[in-house]
Design a protein around this ligand. Structure first.
Ligand SMILES: *[C@@H]1O[C@H](CO)[C@@H](O)[C@H](O)[C@H]1NC(C)=O
Ligand SMILES: *[C@@H]1O[C@H](CO)[C@@H](O)[C@H](O)[C@H]1NC(C)=O
Ligand SMILES: *[C@@H]1O[C@H](CO)[C@@H](O)[C@H](O)[C@H]1NC(C)=O
Ligand SMILES: *[C@@H]1O[C@H](CO)[C@@H](O)[C@H](O)[C@H]1NC(C)=O
Ligand SMILES: *[C@@H]1O[C@H](CO)[C@@H](O)[C@H](O)[C@H]1NC(C)=O
Length: 516
């Protein structure tokens, strides 16, 4: 009672002279708390949009420029163990999957130029270093026997050419002693070896049709700064395009496919996506080796390193469906039927017309007949062979990824060229790789975790504290108001007390009246 009287007295006597002011303040605080709770997600969205966008000096800029990760490329080569029996007796090819040959990478962006229209241009530099330790004793010097890709590309392409050209080709290959299978080291197969046919082509073919190099390698030219110029949206003007490709070497489309939609380059590089991803979002990854963007759809919620929850996105099941089955795929088959078989994607348009078909490793999601055409490839397993990206949905950051692709050569039988006369029509698997990131560094994951965990707590805490303060002020003020009203009532009801008397009827010692 005494405390109450004290507070009420203070409220009455202090700057909040009127009870109503206190009531209004309390009510306002409660309303503010409600508004804050309601607007908090929008406020966070603004903060996130500002934080993620690519701006010089922002915290994420450094991570974007030189990602603080060590991507790892695992490479598996299909070593052909019965090349002679295959060619001479018509046996099914037997392959032995070797690997993983592991390369650790360092990625960064060079020559970064910010443009006026909310885009940034740059070149990509990737460095690959072989890790003997992680390759469990395998060596880049291991010798393997694989199809002679430049030769079989040339012969397969010649099947529609004039017959005399094919015969001429056969005699040139005779002189140069070119065989349908080559024995090369892993290092050569990946990073390049001198190929007599490419060298010849470079010397004799007219300049405009020339291949840009005289070496052949599956990853040729990928170690170092790539001349491709990327222009991507920074997200400062339109966050929904954050990290998406605007121009690629100055072009705004691939210029390979028959519809604008299939030809569109608008996709991310796989490391960042526009923030605020939902389970319905379709992520698009720009992949220049695939010559298209790869759509990814939500599969499941996953936990990633550092306990950051993520969404797993994978390519839809029919992403490489054949045009015969799904007509929407016809845009990827510009020269008309026959189109690439189920589960493969024809990239010859952007591989100098080499008959290269990409698929997922072990022909995952492809026609099983393709895998059964060779001996030695185990049935595909989503766990090991599925392409996936785990993203943090709020920020759009990739937490973990496995870009898994298999390279196959679509060989056509050409009877006029005697070296390959017995090489049947076949889709020959050459190798597959997985380019992966396992986790982001601690500094990034802890920040991401904070971005996920803190806002709900902050929202509840801030709004809760504000509402609680409002309620206390409101209730206190109402209580005092009630008391004051009651006293006022009493004062009015009873006759005015003589001075010196409180309403309780006690005699105030200071006003006892004269005693003398
Ligand atoms: C690849 O296969 C060939 C032929 O069977 C064999 O001689 C060679 O040792 C194999 N390479 C490796 C690295 O196992
Ligand atoms: C840097 O970019 C400019 C265009 O903005 C280009 O002309 C130049 O060749 C690039 N330099 C390197 C080293 O890639
Ligand atoms: C933005 O500017 C760059 C460089 O000037 C240009 O290449 C690109 O096409 C522009 N993009 C848009 C969407 O205007
Ligand atoms: C890639 O280039 C770097 C030098 O820039 C070199 O040290 C490294 O060995 C190269 N990697 C391969 C696989 O050739
Ligand atoms: C791949 O595409 C090229 C060019 O469009 C075409 O000539 C070739 O026949 C196609 N190959 C397959 C196996 O569909």
């Amino acid at each position: 009672m005494r405390i109450n009287r004290g507070i009420c007295g203070k409220l009455q006597g202090g700057f909040l002279r009127r009870w109503w002011a206190a009531v209004a303040a309390g009510a306002l605080l409660i309303i503010f708390a409600g508004v804050l709770a309601a607007l908090f997600p929008n406020i966070m969205e603004l903060i996130i949009n500002r934080e993620v966008s690519i701006r010089e000096g922002s915290r994420s800029y450094g991570w974007w420029k030189a990602p603080p990760i060590v991507p790892r490329m695992n490479i598996y080569i299909y070593n052909v163990t019965n090349a002679d029996e295959f060619l001479n007796n018509g046996d099914k090819p037997i392959v032995d999957e070797l690997g993983p040959y592991v390369y650790l990478q360092k990625w960064d962006k060079t020559n970064i130029t910010f443009n006026d229209n909310g885009t940034v241009s740059y070149n990509v530099r990737k460095r690959f270093v072989f890790s003997e330790e992680l390759s469990s004793g395998l060596s880049e010097d291991d010798l393997v026997i694989v199809p002679n890709v430049p030769m079989l590309s040339a012969t397969s392409q010649s099947r529609h050419a004039a017959r005399f050209l094919r015969l001429a080709m056969a005699s040139i290959m005779d002189i140069l002693k070119i065989k349908p299978f080559v024995e090369v080291s892993i290092g050569q197969l990946l990073w390049g070896y001198d190929d007599p046919l490419l060298k010849l082509a470079k010397d004799v073919v007219p300049k405009e049709q020339k291949l840009p190099y005289d070496q052949f390698g599956l990853l040729y030219g990928k170690n170092g700064t790539h001349p491709d110029m990327y222009t991507v949206f920074t997200g400062t003007s339109d966050i929904t395009k954050y990290g998406m490709m605007d121009r690629w070497n100055g072009k705004d489309s691939f210029q390979h496919w028959t519809t604008d939609q299939c030809d569109n380059i608008l996709g991310g590089d796989g490391s960042i996506f526009p923030p605020h991803i939902s389970k319905q979002t379709v992520l698009k990854v720009f992949d220049k080796d695939l010559c298209r963007t790869l759509p990814l759809v939500f599969k499941e919620e996953v936990a990633t390193a550092g306990d950051v929850p993520g969404y797993r996105f994978v390519p839809p099941k029919d992403v490489f469906a054949s045009a015969d089955r799904i007509s929407a795929q016809e845009c990827y088959c510009p020269s008309g039927p026959p189109c690439a078989p189920e589960g493969t994607f024809n990239v010859s348009k952007c591989q100098y017309d080499s008959p290269v078909l990409l698929s997922f490793p072990h022909f995952y999601l492809a026609d099983p007949a393709l895998r059964e055409a060779v001996v030695g490839i185990s049935p595909p397993d989503a766990e090991k062979h599925q392409f996936f990206i785990d993203v943090q949905p709020l920020m759009g950051t990739t937490l973990r990824a496995r870009a898994r692709v298999q390279i196959n050569l679509a060989v056509s039988q050409v009877r006029d060229i005697k070296q390959v006369a017995s090489f049947p029509d076949i889709i020959f698997p050459i190798m597959w790789f997985e380019d992966g990131v396992d986790g982001l560094p601690e500094e990034v994951t802890s920040l991401l975790k904070m971005a996920v965990d803190v806002p709900p707590i902050a929202r509840a805490g801030l709004a809760g504290a504000m509402a609680a303060a409002g309620i206390i002020v409101l209730v206190g003020a109402l209580f005092c108001l009630a008391r004051a009203a009651k006293r006022q009532e009493k004062l009015h009801l009873s006759n005015p007390l003589p001075p010196g008397m409180t309403k309780q009827g006690n005699i105030n010692p200071g006003f006892q009246g004269p005693t003398k």
